[in-house]
Design a protein around this ligand. Sequence first.
Ligand code: AMP
Length: 299
Amino acid sequence: MPAVIEYPDKGEDTMELIRIPRIMQDTCRKHLQKGRSIGFVPTMGALHDGHLSLIRRAKSENDIVVASIFVNPLQFGPSEDFASYPRVIDEDTIKLRELGIDVIFIPDNSLMYPPGFSTYIDAGPVSEKLCGQFRPGHFRGVATVVAKLLNLISPTRAYFGRKDFQQTVVIRRMTRDLDINTEIVVCPTIREEDGLAMSSRNRYLSAGERAAATVLFRAMSTVSDGLQAGGTSISELKKNLISEISKEGLITSIDYASIYNPETLEEIKESGQLKEVLVAVAVRMGKTRLIDNLIVNLT
Ligand code: AMP
C-alpha cells in the first residue's frame, strides 16, 4: 500500500491568505505542533526575482512557506515614500500562488499597530551606521516589525536578502539579543543582467536613470577587483569609488560609498586581519534612493 503523504503534497492552489495577526499565529502554531518546519519570507511586496529567490530557497528547506506583504509605516521617515511605495497585491498574489507557497500574510496597519501601540526595538550601534545616519528611526521600525512577525509566525527559518546588508546585521543582532529561536538565512543579491540590484524602488527610475544606475555595480566591482588584487590602498580605492559614482550626472547625491567591516559596519582604513570586507553605497537619483553592496572575500 502506498504511503499516505499528508503534507506538503496537498494538491494545487491551497494557498491561504490571512489578514488577521491572531489567525496567522494560530495557523502557524498548528503547523508547528504537527512537527512541520516553517520558512518565512517577510516583504513589502512589488515582488521581483530577488524576493522570489528567497521564497524558492525557503521552499527547498522547509515543509511550510509563509510570505508576508506589509508596507511597514514605522520604517519610513516623514519625507520618505511610504504613500507612493508600489502596492500591487494582485500581481504579487499571482506570483506567490505560482510558486506554490502555503500562506500569504497581508495584515492591515490597524491590526499591526492598534491604538496604544508603544513598544519599539532598538538594535543599538549597528542601526546607527550607514543608512541609519540618513534614515533616522528606519532600523527601529524594521527591527520592531520583524520582531512582531517572528512572534506571530515562529518560523524555523527566516530569509533575508544580502541586498539590504545592514538590515541582516540588525536582524541577527536582535534575534541573538532577544533569544528569538529562528535561524536567520541570508541569501545572495539577485541582479539584472547589467548588474543593477533588483529592487521594488527601481520602478521609480526613468529610462535614463535606470541606465545610469548601473554605475553602482560597476564602481563597486572595480573596488572589489582592486581589493582582491592588492597593491592599492583602501583610501585610494574609496576615492576611486566616489569619483566613479560622481561622474554619473544623474546621481543627485551620495549618502555614503565606502569600505566597511561587515560585522561592526565601521568604516575601515585598512583590511588588517579581516577575511571579508563590505563595499556599500547609497545614492539618490532624483527622488529615488538606491542602495547596493558587495562582500569581498580577501582570503
Ligand atoms: P523588501 O520588500 O524590499 O522589504 O524586501 C524583502 C526581502 O527581499 C528583504 O530581505 C530584501 O533584502 C530581499 N531583497 C530585496 N531585493 C533583493 C535582491 N535584489 N536580491 C535578493 N534579495 C532581495
